[in-house]
Design a binder for this molecule. Structure first.
Ligand code: SAM
Length: 303
Protein backbone atom coordinates (compact mmCIF):
# COMPACT_ATOMS: atom_id res chain seq x y z
CA UNK A 1 0.00 0.00 0.00
CA UNK A 2 1.27 3.48 -0.79
CA UNK A 3 1.36 5.59 2.34
CA UNK A 4 0.73 9.28 2.62
CA UNK A 5 3.97 10.64 4.09
CA UNK A 6 5.24 14.11 4.74
CA UNK A 7 8.89 14.97 4.45
CA UNK A 8 10.65 16.42 7.47
CA UNK A 9 7.77 15.43 9.72
CA UNK A 10 8.74 15.39 13.41
CA UNK A 11 8.64 11.88 14.81
CA UNK A 12 6.02 11.65 17.54
CA UNK A 13 7.63 8.50 18.92
CA UNK A 14 10.88 10.29 19.67
CA UNK A 15 10.95 11.15 23.38
CA UNK A 16 13.01 14.33 22.87
CA UNK A 17 10.64 15.57 20.16
CA UNK A 18 7.56 14.78 22.24
CA UNK A 19 8.94 16.42 25.37
CA UNK A 20 9.90 19.61 23.55
CA UNK A 21 6.52 19.72 21.74
CA UNK A 22 4.70 19.37 25.07
CA UNK A 23 6.96 21.91 26.82
CA UNK A 24 6.42 24.43 24.02
CA UNK A 25 2.68 24.16 24.65
CA UNK A 26 3.02 24.15 28.44
CA UNK A 27 1.30 20.74 28.55
CA UNK A 28 1.40 18.50 31.64
CA UNK A 29 0.05 14.94 31.63
CA UNK A 30 -3.27 14.28 33.32
CA UNK A 31 -3.35 10.95 35.13
CA UNK A 32 -7.10 11.33 35.55
CA UNK A 33 -7.62 11.34 31.79
CA UNK A 34 -5.45 8.24 31.31
CA UNK A 35 -2.79 10.13 29.38
CA UNK A 36 0.01 7.73 28.48
CA UNK A 37 1.25 8.52 25.00
CA UNK A 38 2.70 5.84 22.73
CA UNK A 39 6.39 6.22 21.97
CA UNK A 40 7.12 2.74 20.59
CA UNK A 41 7.46 3.31 16.84
CA UNK A 42 6.35 -0.18 15.84
CA UNK A 43 2.95 -0.17 17.59
CA UNK A 44 0.90 2.49 15.77
CA UNK A 45 1.61 1.16 12.25
CA UNK A 46 0.56 -2.30 13.42
CA UNK A 47 -2.66 -0.99 14.93
CA UNK A 48 -3.45 0.96 11.76
CA UNK A 49 -2.86 -2.14 9.64
CA UNK A 50 -4.88 -4.34 12.00
CA UNK A 51 -7.99 -2.17 11.79
CA UNK A 52 -7.84 -2.41 8.00
CA UNK A 53 -7.42 1.33 7.38
CA UNK A 54 -7.29 1.91 3.63
CA UNK A 55 -8.54 4.23 0.93
CA UNK A 56 -12.17 3.22 1.41
CA UNK A 57 -12.16 3.29 5.23
CA UNK A 58 -13.14 5.97 7.71
CA UNK A 59 -11.51 5.51 11.10
CA UNK A 60 -12.92 6.80 14.35
CA UNK A 61 -10.25 7.34 17.00
CA UNK A 62 -10.98 7.99 20.65
CA UNK A 63 -8.39 10.04 22.49
CA UNK A 64 -5.75 11.03 19.90
CA UNK A 65 -3.39 12.62 22.47
CA UNK A 66 -0.73 14.35 20.36
CA UNK A 67 -1.74 12.44 17.23
CA UNK A 68 0.82 9.65 17.01
CA UNK A 69 -1.75 6.99 16.06
CA UNK A 70 -3.91 9.51 14.21
CA UNK A 71 -1.08 10.14 11.77
CA UNK A 72 -0.55 6.43 11.09
CA UNK A 73 -4.26 6.06 10.46
CA UNK A 74 -4.34 9.15 8.23
CA UNK A 75 -1.46 7.75 6.18
CA UNK A 76 -3.72 4.88 5.15
CA UNK A 77 -7.38 5.80 5.59
CA UNK A 78 -9.75 7.89 3.48
CA UNK A 79 -10.66 9.89 6.57
CA UNK A 80 -9.85 9.89 10.28
CA UNK A 81 -12.00 11.54 12.92
CA UNK A 82 -10.57 11.70 16.41
CA UNK A 83 -12.50 12.67 19.53
CA UNK A 84 -10.37 14.30 22.24
CA UNK A 85 -11.67 15.42 25.62
CA UNK A 86 -8.65 17.47 26.73
CA UNK A 87 -8.87 20.91 25.11
CA UNK A 88 -5.19 21.58 25.89
CA UNK A 89 -4.27 19.02 23.22
CA UNK A 90 -6.18 20.75 20.42
CA UNK A 91 -3.49 23.30 19.47
CA UNK A 92 -0.89 20.50 19.57
CA UNK A 93 -3.03 18.34 17.26
CA UNK A 94 -3.51 21.38 15.02
CA UNK A 95 0.26 21.34 14.56
CA UNK A 96 0.95 17.62 14.32
CA UNK A 97 -1.93 16.95 11.91
CA UNK A 98 -1.50 20.10 9.83
CA UNK A 99 -0.43 18.15 6.77
CA UNK A 100 -3.31 15.67 7.01
CA UNK A 101 -6.41 17.57 5.91
CA UNK A 102 -8.50 14.41 5.98
CA UNK A 103 -7.82 14.00 9.72
CA UNK A 104 -10.43 15.84 11.76
CA UNK A 105 -10.47 16.40 15.53
CA UNK A 106 -13.68 16.80 17.51
CA UNK A 107 -13.38 18.29 20.99
CA UNK A 108 -15.60 16.43 23.46
CA UNK A 109 -16.28 13.40 25.64
CA UNK A 110 -16.53 10.24 23.53
CA UNK A 111 -18.66 8.64 26.26
CA UNK A 112 -21.32 11.33 25.93
CA UNK A 113 -21.40 11.80 22.18
CA UNK A 114 -23.94 10.50 19.71
CA UNK A 115 -21.50 8.31 17.82
CA UNK A 116 -24.12 7.17 15.29
CA UNK A 117 -24.41 10.78 14.23
CA UNK A 118 -20.65 11.32 14.20
CA UNK A 119 -20.21 8.29 11.93
CA UNK A 120 -23.07 9.28 9.61
CA UNK A 121 -21.71 12.81 9.24
CA UNK A 122 -18.01 12.02 9.05
CA UNK A 123 -17.90 8.84 6.98
CA UNK A 124 -20.65 8.79 4.36
CA UNK A 125 -20.11 5.94 1.88
CA UNK A 126 -17.09 4.54 3.76
CA UNK A 127 -16.65 1.34 5.70
CA UNK A 128 -15.84 2.26 9.28
CA UNK A 129 -13.41 1.01 11.92
CA UNK A 130 -12.65 2.21 15.42
CA UNK A 131 -8.98 2.37 16.39
CA UNK A 132 -7.71 3.81 19.66
CA UNK A 133 -5.28 3.69 22.51
CA UNK A 134 -8.09 3.93 25.03
CA UNK A 135 -7.83 5.88 28.27
CA UNK A 136 -7.81 3.09 30.85
CA UNK A 137 -10.50 4.58 33.07
CA UNK A 138 -13.18 4.13 30.40
CA UNK A 139 -12.08 0.88 28.73
CA UNK A 140 -15.04 -1.36 29.56
CA UNK A 141 -17.84 1.23 29.49
CA UNK A 142 -16.53 2.64 26.21
CA UNK A 143 -16.30 -0.78 24.57
CA UNK A 144 -19.74 -1.77 25.83
CA UNK A 145 -21.12 1.54 24.64
CA UNK A 146 -19.64 0.98 21.17
CA UNK A 147 -20.95 -2.59 20.98
CA UNK A 148 -24.38 -2.18 22.57
CA UNK A 149 -25.28 0.84 20.51
CA UNK A 150 -24.68 -1.32 17.42
CA UNK A 151 -22.58 1.22 15.64
CA UNK A 152 -22.07 0.43 11.98
CA UNK A 153 -18.38 -0.45 12.43
CA UNK A 154 -16.52 -3.50 11.12
CA UNK A 155 -13.99 -3.76 13.87
CA UNK A 156 -12.78 -2.13 17.06
CA UNK A 157 -8.99 -2.30 17.39
CA UNK A 158 -7.85 -0.93 20.71
CA UNK A 159 -5.02 -0.82 23.19
CA UNK A 160 -6.15 -1.81 26.67
CA UNK A 161 -4.47 -2.90 29.90
CA UNK A 162 -3.19 -6.47 29.68
CA UNK A 163 -5.56 -7.74 32.38
CA UNK A 164 -8.51 -6.14 30.59
CA UNK A 165 -7.36 -7.74 27.32
CA UNK A 166 -7.30 -11.18 28.94
CA UNK A 167 -10.77 -10.71 30.38
CA UNK A 168 -12.31 -9.18 27.26
CA UNK A 169 -10.90 -11.91 25.03
CA UNK A 170 -11.16 -14.84 27.49
CA UNK A 171 -12.53 -18.12 26.22
CA UNK A 172 -15.78 -19.21 27.86
CA UNK A 173 -15.13 -21.92 30.39
CA UNK A 174 -11.92 -20.31 31.68
CA UNK A 175 -11.27 -18.51 34.96
CA UNK A 176 -10.59 -15.18 33.22
CA UNK A 177 -14.24 -14.98 32.14
CA UNK A 178 -16.49 -12.24 33.48
CA UNK A 179 -19.86 -10.77 32.52
CA UNK A 180 -18.08 -8.46 30.09
CA UNK A 181 -16.48 -11.47 28.32
CA UNK A 182 -19.93 -12.75 27.37
CA UNK A 183 -21.18 -9.36 26.32
CA UNK A 184 -18.16 -8.90 24.06
CA UNK A 185 -18.53 -12.38 22.53
CA UNK A 186 -22.20 -11.79 21.91
CA UNK A 187 -21.47 -8.74 19.76
CA UNK A 188 -18.03 -9.55 18.36
CA UNK A 189 -15.26 -12.04 17.80
CA UNK A 190 -12.41 -10.92 20.07
CA UNK A 191 -8.70 -11.61 19.69
CA UNK A 192 -5.51 -10.44 21.36
CA UNK A 193 -3.15 -9.21 18.66
CA UNK A 194 -0.10 -7.76 20.30
CA UNK A 195 1.40 -7.47 23.79
CA UNK A 196 2.76 -3.97 24.48
CA UNK A 197 5.13 -3.35 27.38
CA UNK A 198 4.69 -0.44 29.80
CA UNK A 199 7.94 1.08 28.51
CA UNK A 200 6.20 1.81 25.20
CA UNK A 201 4.44 4.80 26.78
CA UNK A 202 5.30 8.25 28.07
CA UNK A 203 4.85 8.37 31.02
CA UNK A 204 5.16 4.61 31.60
CA UNK A 205 2.09 3.22 33.38
CA UNK A 206 2.34 0.61 36.16
CA UNK A 207 0.96 -2.18 34.00
CA UNK A 208 1.56 -3.73 30.60
CA UNK A 209 -0.93 -3.44 27.78
CA UNK A 210 -2.13 -5.33 24.72
CA UNK A 211 -3.81 -4.51 21.44
CA UNK A 212 -7.04 -6.39 20.88
CA UNK A 213 -9.36 -6.49 17.90
CA UNK A 214 -13.10 -7.06 18.17
CA UNK A 215 -14.50 -8.06 14.80
CA UNK A 216 -18.10 -6.97 15.07
CA UNK A 217 -20.74 -9.58 14.22
CA UNK A 218 -23.39 -8.59 11.72
CA UNK A 219 -26.02 -10.48 13.68
CA UNK A 220 -26.38 -12.29 16.98
CA UNK A 221 -24.69 -15.70 16.99
CA UNK A 222 -27.80 -17.37 18.47
CA UNK A 223 -31.45 -16.30 18.47
CA UNK A 224 -32.24 -14.39 21.64
CA UNK A 225 -35.77 -13.72 22.90
CA UNK A 226 -34.96 -10.82 25.22
CA UNK A 227 -31.47 -9.28 25.19
CA UNK A 228 -31.97 -7.11 28.26
CA UNK A 229 -33.06 -10.15 30.27
CA UNK A 230 -30.13 -12.20 28.96
CA UNK A 231 -27.60 -9.61 30.10
CA UNK A 232 -29.32 -9.20 33.45
CA UNK A 233 -28.99 -12.91 33.93
CA UNK A 234 -25.32 -12.94 32.92
CA UNK A 235 -24.56 -10.13 35.38
CA UNK A 236 -26.49 -11.92 38.13
CA UNK A 237 -24.61 -15.16 37.47
CA UNK A 238 -21.19 -13.46 37.60
CA UNK A 239 -22.00 -11.25 40.57
CA UNK A 240 -21.66 -14.43 42.67
CA UNK A 241 -19.28 -16.30 40.42
CA UNK A 242 -18.12 -18.83 43.02
CA UNK A 243 -21.64 -19.91 43.86
CA UNK A 244 -23.63 -22.67 42.16
CA UNK A 245 -25.83 -21.03 39.52
CA UNK A 246 -29.05 -21.98 41.20
CA UNK A 247 -27.96 -20.02 44.29
CA UNK A 248 -26.41 -17.12 42.37
CA UNK A 249 -29.65 -16.62 40.44
CA UNK A 250 -31.90 -17.01 43.42
CA UNK A 251 -29.87 -14.32 45.19
CA UNK A 252 -30.55 -11.98 42.29
CA UNK A 253 -34.29 -11.83 41.81
CA UNK A 254 -35.22 -15.32 40.62
CA UNK A 255 -36.78 -17.57 43.25
CA UNK A 256 -35.01 -20.88 43.74
CA UNK A 257 -37.74 -22.96 42.12
CA UNK A 258 -37.76 -20.81 38.97
CA UNK A 259 -33.96 -20.75 38.90
CA UNK A 260 -33.88 -24.56 39.05
CA UNK A 261 -36.60 -24.80 36.38
CA UNK A 262 -34.92 -22.53 33.84
CA UNK A 263 -31.55 -24.18 34.42
CA UNK A 264 -33.19 -27.57 33.79
CA UNK A 265 -34.90 -26.33 30.64
CA UNK A 266 -31.60 -25.00 29.33
CA UNK A 267 -29.93 -28.35 30.08
CA UNK A 268 -27.53 -26.82 32.62
CA UNK A 269 -26.60 -28.38 35.96
CA UNK A 270 -27.83 -26.46 39.01
CA UNK A 271 -24.38 -26.73 40.53
CA UNK A 272 -22.54 -25.33 37.51
CA UNK A 273 -20.85 -21.95 38.02
CA UNK A 274 -21.09 -18.91 35.74
CA UNK A 275 -17.52 -19.20 34.43
CA UNK A 276 -18.17 -22.77 33.22
CA UNK A 277 -20.93 -21.78 30.79
CA UNK A 278 -20.56 -21.15 27.08
CA UNK A 279 -22.25 -18.25 25.33
CA UNK A 280 -24.70 -20.71 23.76
CA UNK A 281 -25.64 -22.05 27.20
CA UNK A 282 -26.19 -18.53 28.57
CA UNK A 283 -28.43 -17.77 25.60
CA UNK A 284 -30.40 -20.98 26.23
CA UNK A 285 -30.75 -19.98 29.88
CA UNK A 286 -31.83 -16.45 28.95
CA UNK A 287 -34.41 -17.80 26.50
CA UNK A 288 -35.73 -20.23 29.13
CA UNK A 289 -36.05 -17.31 31.57
CA UNK A 290 -37.92 -15.28 28.96
CA UNK A 291 -40.28 -18.21 28.26
CA UNK A 292 -40.89 -18.75 31.94
CA UNK A 293 -41.70 -15.08 32.41
CA UNK A 294 -43.99 -15.04 29.39
CA UNK A 295 -45.77 -18.17 30.55
CA UNK A 296 -47.65 -17.25 33.68
CA UNK A 297 -46.44 -17.21 37.25
CA UNK A 298 -42.76 -16.26 36.74
CA UNK A 299 -41.40 -16.34 40.24
CA UNK A 300 -39.24 -13.33 39.39
CA UNK A 301 -39.29 -10.09 41.31
CA UNK A 302 -39.17 -6.70 39.61
CA UNK A 303 -40.11 -7.90 36.11
N1 SAM B 1 -3.72 8.11 21.17
C1 SAM B 1 -2.69 8.72 21.96
C2 SAM B 1 -1.49 7.81 22.01
O1 SAM B 1 -1.65 6.63 21.68
O2 SAM B 1 -0.42 8.27 22.36
C3 SAM B 1 -3.16 9.04 23.39
C4 SAM B 1 -3.71 7.89 24.16
S1 SAM B 1 -3.99 8.22 25.86
C5 SAM B 1 -3.90 6.58 26.51
C6 SAM B 1 -5.74 8.51 25.99
C7 SAM B 1 -6.25 9.81 25.38
O3 SAM B 1 -7.68 9.87 25.56
C8 SAM B 1 -5.73 11.09 26.01
O4 SAM B 1 -5.35 11.99 25.01
C9 SAM B 1 -6.92 11.64 26.83
O5 SAM B 1 -6.89 13.04 26.97
C10 SAM B 1 -8.08 11.17 25.98
N2 SAM B 1 -9.37 11.02 26.69
C11 SAM B 1 -9.56 10.69 27.99
N3 SAM B 1 -10.87 10.57 28.25
C12 SAM B 1 -11.52 10.82 27.08
C13 SAM B 1 -12.90 10.84 26.73
N4 SAM B 1 -13.86 10.58 27.62
N5 SAM B 1 -13.23 11.15 25.44
C14 SAM B 1 -12.26 11.41 24.53
N6 SAM B 1 -10.94 11.40 24.82
C15 SAM B 1 -10.57 11.11 26.08
Amino acid sequence: MELHTTENEERLTDIGTVKSLLARHGFHFSKKLGQNFLINPSVCPRMAEACGADGRTGVLEIGPGIGVLTRELARRAARVTAIELDGRLLPILGETLATYPHAHVIHGDAMKMDLHRVIAEEFPGLRVAVCANLPYYITSPMLMNLLESRLPVENITVMVQKEAALRLCARPGTRECGAVTFAVRYYAEPEVLLPVSRGSFLPAPNVDSAVIRLTVRRKSPYPVTDEALLFRLVRAAFSQRRKALVNALSGAGWDKKTAAKILGEAGISETARAEQLTLEQFVALGNAAAESRKGKETGMENT
